[in-house]
Write a protein that binds this ligand. Sequence first.
Ligand SMILES: Cc1ncc(COP(=O)(O)O)c(C=O)c1O
Length: 457
Amino acid sequence: MTDQTMTIRALDAAATAAEAYITGLDAAPVAATVSLADLRARLDIGLGDTGTAADEVITDLVAAVEGGITGSAGGRFFAWVIGGTLPSALAADWLAATWDQNAGLTACSPAASAVEEIAGKWLKDLLGLPAVASFALTSGCQMAHATCLAAARHRLLADRGWDVEADGLAGGPPIMVIANDQRHLSIDRALRLLGIGTKALLPVATGDDGRILLTAFDAALAAAGDRPVIVALNAADLNIGSCDDFATLIPRAKAAGAWVHIDGAFGLWAKASPRHRAVVDGVERADSWATDAHKWLNTPYDCGIAVVADAAAHRAAMTVSASYMPVDGYAREAVDWNPEWSRRARGFAVYAAMRELGRDGIAALVDRCCAHAATLAHGIAALPGTRLIGGPGLNQALISFGDATDAVIARINASGEAMFGATTWRGQRAMRVCVINWRTTDADIARAIAAVAAALD
Ligand SMILES: Cc1ncc(COP(=O)(O)O)c(C=O)c1O
């Protein structure tokens, strides 16, 4: 068998399995149906001394993971903020793997470099962010935070005469971070990775609507005094989809000399919707924004997006050069903007998703998910023994079934009809409702409400 034949056979096996997964999404249970122990037992067959034919490896893998692949690509997966995958984005991602392009350097793949450059330009335009801002396509919002906050760290300390890239943080001016008390923990972890540390965090109290309280915010800025300050705001918070009052908070923070960073993992996409963009009014005045393509743009995992208004700070924080790297003065070298060195060509899927939907299609996707989330949340809340305790805000809501919350979620998930996750919010156990998949239909929402009703029975 030739190398090519082997590859084609393996791809055919993968395509057959992919087709079965996609066509089976409506009928298959949404949550996993096998235990981790069973999966381990099936997969751990020992690493043999001799190899296995490529197509057989794929066929065996597909059989071994049966029941352990959730329906997260389907329309009734409402657990966590996990977007679907648009057809063109999925296909482009297959090609990214097939072409095996290293998108770190333009010389390795001029096509990956050009596609990413155009995708970045379109993204900034779509999200209403400054055209001159720099960007990076990272593994996710977590690394987008790390990238943006590395730029913030550079600018704040360089302005005080401290070269953090050369000298590190020890002995330098200590940075303070003022953040929404409902922030996602990826902000905290970015601070850990950057050596700023979580003790630098001053969480600011929020109201019942999840938005930072202005008096608490002003007090935090005053407490910072002359220290270099990063302000981290939510667009939107992961539980109830609430966005901070950017139009009020950002000018105040900037007047105090702070760098303003936005966790816009999913909520920043409201900017793409004429119907919903008012909730993120003023967000474009921040200094940096972290979001995800694998959430509301519905590209496959993984792809985060970091955008930085101060391109010089961004570049200073990330740039590298080595004698073996060819330099092309006209190229945008991803390695100068990204925390990774070698990296997947994520731009293909991002470019494809934006072309497939266009501006109107992306706005319609955001609008449809928000409408579905509201119908789902209110539909469940109308059932006996049920309370809507948060939202709906954008595409998020929180439902309580009282003391039975975890048990009810377990019954819904065991039914296979839909999948939800649990959380504790302001001291109460709750079921999270998140709709963020282009595949979700009216029928899916009705089926999910029926599944919750059955679980309550
Ligand atoms: C509000 C928010 N911020 C950050 C993240 C982290 O994003 P990622 O998993 O892409 O790193 C998430 C993940 O769901 C999120 O909801």
